[in-house]
Structure formats: C-alpha cells, structure tokens
Design a protein around this ligand. Structure first.
Ligand SMILES: Nc1ncnc2c1ncn2[C@@H]1O[C@H](COP(=O)(O)OP(=O)(O)O)[C@@H](O)[C@H]1O
Ligand SMILES: [Mg+2]
Length: 303
C-alpha cells in the first residue's frame, strides 16, 4: 500500500513555478529521502502535502485519503516543518505535554521524558526552550512530530545543522520508527546524510524529481568516472587528449577547458600517474594536476 501518492503536483508563488509536476509514491514502512539544493522546493512540497499551503494543481493521497479530505488523516501524520513556532517560554517537557494534549497523546510523564531521551534531549526537560541551542530546538521539533503516534512522519531537514553525534541519534531514531512500521518522509540537502537513512531517495531539481532510486542505484550512476583537472603549457586541447588516449591505450575523455585547466575524465585512479608521466615525457610542462572532487549532489544537480 502506498502511504503517499502524489500525481503531477504543481505549486507556484505568483509567476514562480516551484513544483512543476511532481509524481511520487512512498510505500508503507518505507523511509523516503527527498534531496535537493536550498530553494529546490523541498519545504514547499512538504507544506503542500500537509496542507500548510494550497497546491496550484495536481492531486495527492495520504494514507489512502484524497487531499480533498486531508483533515480526516491529519491526526495520523506527524510533521516537523522547516520553521516551527516553538513556545520558547515553556520548558521542554511542558511544551511536549502541551502539544501532546492537542493531538490526544496521553502518554505518562515518564514516557515524555523517554521521548526527550530518544531525540537526544535527556536532562533538558526542565529547561526553557529559549535556552536551547539551534540543534536542541530542532530535536524538540522532531519529538513534537512524533506526538500522537502518527503513521506517517514527515521531517523537514531533521539533521541539518546538527553535530555528527546528534545526527546519528536522529538516524537511529528514524530506524527505530521504521521498525515499528512507520512511514517516514524526510528531506536534506546533504546526500551523504540522507543515503544513510533512506530506503529510496528522490532528487528534486528544477521543480521535478529528476532521479529516483535506492542510494546504491543512484551512486552507481555517478561512480563510473574520475574527473581530473590538468594545468599545462601548452594548454591541452581535445585533439591532444585524443592522441594521448590513443598512445596510452586508455580511455581519457576531454571535457572542457575551465579557468586554464583542461578537464579530463578517466576510468581508474591508476590512469592519473600514467597520464602525468606521459605528459612530462612528451615535453609538456605540467604545473598542476588534481582530482576534482565533485560531491554526489553536484553530480546529480548538474545532471
Ligand atoms: N511563501 C513564498 N512566497 C514566494 N516564494 C516562496 C515562498 N516560499 C518559498 N518560496 C520560493 O520557492 C522556492 C523553493 O523554496 P523551498 O521550498 O523553501 O526550498 P527548499 O526547502 O528546497 O530549500 C525558493 O525559490 C523560495 O524562494
Ligand atoms: Mg527547506
């Protein structure tokens, strides 16, 4: 069963189209990661499907219920939006109890404490939220999204800005929720982070999901080349690289000349010393050679 089903969802603000026809199906029990650069529309997507803002067109179902009747399923959905209104004068536990009361969560005080612990806020229950750090505020927003025992949990950037240890805690928390059969949609602008928790990842770019698959499937698509930048005199052009490639009998693909560097693609790291040796022996003056570490995200976004 699909817990989230989105068909050709569009959202525009004035003239600006942010979502241009997003299609997505998230299965029950799945952890689905939504990734995209800042401004890609991740929060807009979440706000739209949770009814915080109105869609422009398209439709969606959550937990089998059409968006026309979204109010009927809201109690089964826990949301941590990107910007939350925290009652900063409240103490941590007090806030969770108050918010829990609104959604009919009748757990005991001990259970609230244990929820604080689960999100990494042990011992902070009696402190006012205004004294919390950015990361702590984020964690209490995550705790708030879990109140009322929702079936579908939507977390907008739950780990961004958290220290590594806290991020691990949140990842474990997500894994624990999945074990209980919950469906989780979360966003991040960091692929390395999201691939650790998600069963499948969707890449939102230019208003559409450009790529979709398991982290492994998506990584395979980008792991098949190494990009190197070479600065030489004379500058190496496409024909020089073709000749070099033929002489060495290895695949070297010329990409472009960027800021005085010839950008090449090779298939193996072993090609790098082979190429530098050949260049020097052929009389080319080699000033710099470096591997361009493009993040996986960059590769995706530029795809
Ligand atoms: N209320 C709004 N009015 C106008 N434009 C908005 C509004 N909210 C977001 N946007 C624009 O929509 C785009 C997507 O934003 P957002 O969904 O917040 O992206 P993300 O969460 O991926 O960083 C951005 O260009 C942003 O400026
Ligand atoms: Mg956002």
């Amino acid at each position: 069963m699909n817990i989230i089903e989105v068909n050709h969802l569009m959202k525009q603000y004035g003239e600006t189209e942010v979502l241009k026809g997003v299609n997505l199906a998230v299965r029950k029990g799945e952890v689905f990661g939504f990734i995209g650069h800042n401004g890609a529309g991740k929060s807009t997507f979440i706000h739209t499907i949770t009814g915080i803002i109105n869609k422009s067109s398209g439709n969606f179902n959550l937990l089998g219920v059409s968006d026309k009747y979204l109010n009927k399923v809201k109690s089964k959905i826990g949301v941590m939006p990107d910007v939350s209104n925290l009652y900063e004068n409240m103490k941590g536990i007090q806030f969770l109890q108050y918010m829990g009361g609104l959604v009919g969560d009748n757990r005991s005080k001990e259970e609230y404490k244990s929820l604080m612990k689960d999100v990494g806020l042990e011992g902070m229950g009696k402190k006012k939220i205004k004294s919390y750090s950015f990361g702590m505020k984020k964690k209490i927003c995550i705790a708030q999204a879990l109140l009322g025992n929702p079936e579908l949990i939507i977390l907008d950037e739950p780990t961004s800005g958290l220290d590594p240890e806290s991020a691990i805690k949140i990842r474990n928390l997500v894994a624990g929720l999945q074990k209980k059969g919950k469906t989780i949609l979360l966003t991040s602008h960091n692929l390395d982070e999201i691939e650790r928790i998600s069963d499948r990842v969707g890449i939102l770019s230019d208003g559409l999901i450009k790529k979709l698959g398991t982290p492994q499937q998506l990584k395979e698509k980008v792991d098949d080349g190494i990009c190197i930048a070479v600065r030489t005199k004379p500058v190496l052009a496409k024909k020089d690289i073709q000749e070099l490639s033929a002489r060495l009998k290895i695949d070297v693909i010329f990409d472009e000349i960027k800021k005085g560097f010839s950008m090449l693609q090779v298939t193996s790291e072993e090609d790098i010393p082979t190429i530098s040796k050949e260049l020097i022996e052929s009389g080319v003056h080699l000033y710099e050679i470096k591997v361009e570490h493009r993040s996986l995200e960059d590769v995706f976004m530029n795809a």
